[in-house]
Design a protein around this ligand. Sequence first.
Ligand SMILES: [Fe+2]
Ligand SMILES: [Fe+2]
Length: 372
Amino acid sequence: MDIVARQVSSRVASVHRHIESAANRFFRWRDAVLKGLHLGGRKAPYNDEGYEFEGGARDGIRKKHYDKSLRLLWKAEKHASWSSFRDCSKSEKLLMEMSEKTLSDVERKHLKRLESREFKELLDRSYTLRQKQAIVNLLLGVGHGEAYAWLVSAELLNEIKSTGARAALTMQVFEEAKHFVVLRELIQAFGVETRRQSAWEYMFMENVFKAEGLEKFFGMNVLVEAIALGIFGVMNDFPGLEILHLFHLDESRHTALPVNYFKEFPMSWWQKNSPVSRLRRFYLILPVVPLMMYFEQDFAELGVDVFDFGGSVVKRILKLAARAGFLLPMHDAGMTSMLNLVFNSYCSLTRTGHDWRDFAAVPGVQAVMGAA
Ligand SMILES: [Fe+2]
Ligand SMILES: [Fe+2]
């Protein structure tokens, strides 16, 4: 390159290098001592000398989550054409236009009806007012949860090690942001009242957000995601709610993140087994019980027994917790017996002619829609 270099004093540069080198040794020595004394030290878990975050590269977890998330990235403009999102690139739009040309008239009509006003009309035609309110009430359980998922995953970024895991979790933060804003528009399209968090959701989400360190993985990627997956499973074949299939794909990937992270950085025996941690996890699950009672009427409106739903969710929670290594105060059999005792006692008190049931053995919950 034909560049005219400037002249600088090599003596000044050499003096500066010596001062910088001494300052560097001092700052790093001071922070290492402070860290050793648990009085602070370097805040960033970053190894600038190795040009990696603490924990190394860990490309495996990056490939499983960050790269895969990018491959499966969906755009709201394409999949929720009724929304206000304009997030497709020029080439994606061109591809959409080209593929639209290959559609038959009937298919194109189907696509067209999913645009803004037509979408709201589709919802009005498909559901009664009460059904719309029930769907919105239940979807808001996930909607408020997405806000916390965004907050919790962003905060977890400061708790995890390695470049690969950080890239993986960054994609989760990105996806939770998209879930929150897209779901909010979907809920608003129903045109019914939105509700605040119930006391149980408030307590539940706040406890998850306040959970210490990697226990946030249990609160968010196990508990919250398991409930969200259950709700999506009930509704994602409803007219106008097909986009929930895409949410479902993202959330199932999120539930795998703690498992893949702990494969790279296993929890210590004490982290898994400490009686305090086990009790704390149990305490995190507790608000799910009154939450099911709170949701009973709305699920009933969709033909679903909330306790069947609760049983299937708890079963999923136990499976995910065991896979990640988050032990609870009791074995699965103890947890499900206790769940059955609580749900059956409540049903005996509030339902006429209730027969004892094993709610944890329900294979899956199916919504039964009435004609609008
Ligand atoms: Fe989400
Ligand atoms: Fe998620």
